[in-house]
Design a protein around this ligand. Structure first.
Ligand code: PGA
Length: 247
């Protein structure tokens, strides 16, 4: 794993966008595993802008993502597919053309198996983008999730629901979701995790300097041979010298 301490949030956004462009060049008909959340909103806006300006061609690439609230329709406010297609119209087009494959929100075992099979048939996910929750989650894998789990249905942790409150207000955030598990996430050929802001500093430290343990789900990324972590100064603020040496 490489840890790269960038000079600003903007520099993290640029690095993540460059990772995306490099993945498209490496495998133009590959599968990109997207992540949602505030960490990635500038990234999606940048993709949309580059496509609109004719600077970026999505070509034959396929996309999928990490997680969805249980039972959510693609156009449901607060949902992950809704977020992705609203922030990035090229993904709406890919959804309409069946080149963006959402996580089965039903959580139904058959649908989940079909989704996993479809990913496997095209060679798996080439690059998986990840954020990290304040509690160390990746996707919706909350602390305590076994690293051996594939796609599964989850009860959301209180911090996760609290962080989702704004996107659902005045309604309550959902209690359940469907997520790619650590085992499915680690199958990606390359993993790009990014974290920005002071609220993430304790989770970043636990991920990089704590034990590799399900209590910090993101720590499983240290098992992946081709993984990179991009941090802004605030997210990296609690790291010791050893992590600085990793950059
Ligand atoms: P955020 O979410 O980007 O909105 O902070 C990240 C996550 O919870 O994985």
């Amino acid at each position: 794993m490489r840890v790269i301490r960038e000079s600003s949030r903007e520099a993290v956004d640029r690095a993540v966008f460059e990772e995306f462009c490099a993945a498209l060049r490496r495998r133009p008909a590959g599968v990109i595993g997207l992540a949602t959340g505030g960490t990635f909103s500038a990234f999606f806006a940048r993709i949309a802008q580059a496509v609109a300006a004719g600077e970026l061609e999505m070509g034959e690439v396929r996309a999928t993502h990490l997680d969805e609230y249980l039972g959510f329709d693609h156009d449901q406010r607060g949902g992950m597919v809704h977020e992705l297609t609203s922030l990035c119209p090229p993904l709406r087009q890919m959804l309409d053309e069946d080149r963006f494959w959402p996580v089965p929100a039903s959580g139904d075992a058959g649908a989940v198996q079909e989704h996993e099979q479809r990913l496997a048939e095209v060679g798996g996910v080439d690059i998986q983008f990840l954020g990290i929750g304040r509690n160390g989650h990746i996707g919706f894998n909350e602390p305590g999730t076994s690293f051996d789990l594939g796609f599964h249905r989850v009860h959301l942790a209180p911090t996760t629901r609290a962080d989702a409150r704004d996107r659902f207000a005045p309604d309550e955030p959902p209690y359940e979701a469907v997520t790619a598990g650590p085992k499915s996430i680690l199958k990606a050929r390359r993993i790009v995790l990014s974290a920005v802001g002071a609220a993430k500093a304790p989770a970043v430290r636990a991920m990089l300097e704590g034990p590799i343990d399900p209590q910090c789900p993101a720590s499983c990324v240290r098992y992946h041979a081709d993984s990179v972590v991009y941090l802004d100064p605030e997210a990296a603020a609690e790291l010791g010298e050893s992590a600085a040496a990793m950059s």
